[in-house]
Write a protein that binds this ligand. Structure first.
Ligand code: NAP
Length: 283
């Protein structure tokens, strides 16, 4: 009996690598060279011809600073690619999972954003992510869109693994700096995989916040990493100057998942403690 495959897009990224490790049977992984948005017909037909039951899109252009001066690649990867993936899914009757960002809510609230809050992105990157969400909803309404924020995990040495990077930095730096003015919700990618599969199991489509519980400043987050890893490196507060006007509040709350009794995300500090302990055990 032939079974329809799962297609994983962006498998080399931080979140994509977590899906790749946790999916059975192995997904079909598509890389950049198979996802050329300047050949939309080829891209759509390639994916549709695989006849997948599910397409998981972890690909994104995540260079927030560069997008301010050169937004083209951000719109290609974050808006156009998801739209084409949604068209392919509509053609093949596949479910689509797409990831957005809690940074899309913007800077108009001091408390964590709820799923029903309007998106008012303050950066080109987040505008491109918001455009991607809208394009997916329009092209294939039977899609699942999860808004994420402040990810860590994947392969320990992954260039974007924030926790691993801070632990490494603490080994050699006499003192470290972090921003007390940024608030968010640190979230382990393994928890996102589990939450995504839970929502798929429930057969739901729609748009949801998907973050760990609670909120913390970047400074307190780094302080907690250092404490958990047993480093006594001095941490000092410093406001980070960025080209991109990223909102100081990227924290969110899983209001919809909570109301649906589907929220299985742990608190950020509990997940972080488990993750740091797992790195120590593996070392
Ligand atoms: N990281 C965070 O804190 C965060 C916060 C909010 C939302 N998110 C969202 O979560 C999702 C996963 O993010 P992540 O942190 O895992 O990203 P990541 O580590 O930067 O990985 C992105 C992946 O996308 C691929 N990619 C980039 N541009 C592409 C293009 N034009 N065509 C095809 N593939 C392309 C990359 O391929 P290469 O390996 O070839 O470069 C890489 O595999 C994204 O939707 C992101 O917007 C992340």
């Amino acid at each position: 009996m032939s079974t329809r495959p799962t297609v994983l897009v962006g498998a080399g990224g931080m979140l994509g690598s977590a899906f790749r490790r946790n999916m059975l049977p192995d997904p079909v992984c598509l890389g950049r060279d198979q996802l050329d948005v300047s050949q939309p017909g080829v891209l759509v037909d390639r994916i549709a011809s695989l006849g997948p039951s599910l397409v998981i899109n972890c690909a994104a252009d995540t260079d927030v600073e560069r997008a301010e001066s050169d937004p083209g690649p951000a719109y290609a990867a974050n808006a156009l690619l998801p739209e084409l993936l949604a068209q392919a899914c509509r053609k093949a009757g596949s479910r689509l999972v797409h990831f957005s960002s809690t940074g899309c809510y913007g800077d108009w609230k001091r408390t964590p954003y709820s799923d029903w809050d309007p998106l008012r992105p303050t950066t080109a990157h987040h505008a491109s992510k918001a455009a991607g969400e809208a394009a997916v909803r329009e092209a294939w309404p039977d899609s699942l869109i999860l808004r994420l924020g402040w990810l860590y995990g994947g392969d320990p040495g992954h260039r974007k693994n924030f926790v691993w990077a801070r632990m490494n930095e603490a080994r050699s730096a006499p003192e470290m700096f972090s921003d007390p003015h940024q608030t968010g919700t640190p979230t382990w990618v393994g928890d996102i995989v589990a939450q995504t599969l839970r929502i798929l199991d429930a057969g739901l489509s729609g748009t949801y916040n998907c973050v760990a519980g609670g909120a913390v400043t970047r400074f307190d987050y780094v302080q907690r990493i250092l404490e958990l890893a047993g480093h006594d490196t001095r941490l000092r507060p410093r406001r980070f100057e960025r080209k991109a006007p990223v909102s100081p509040n990227e924290a969110a709350v899983n209001t919809k998942l909570g109301l649906l009794h589907l929220d299985i995300m742990p608190r950020w500090d509990e997940a972080l403690a488990r993750y740091v302990a797992s790195l120590a055990a593996a070392a």
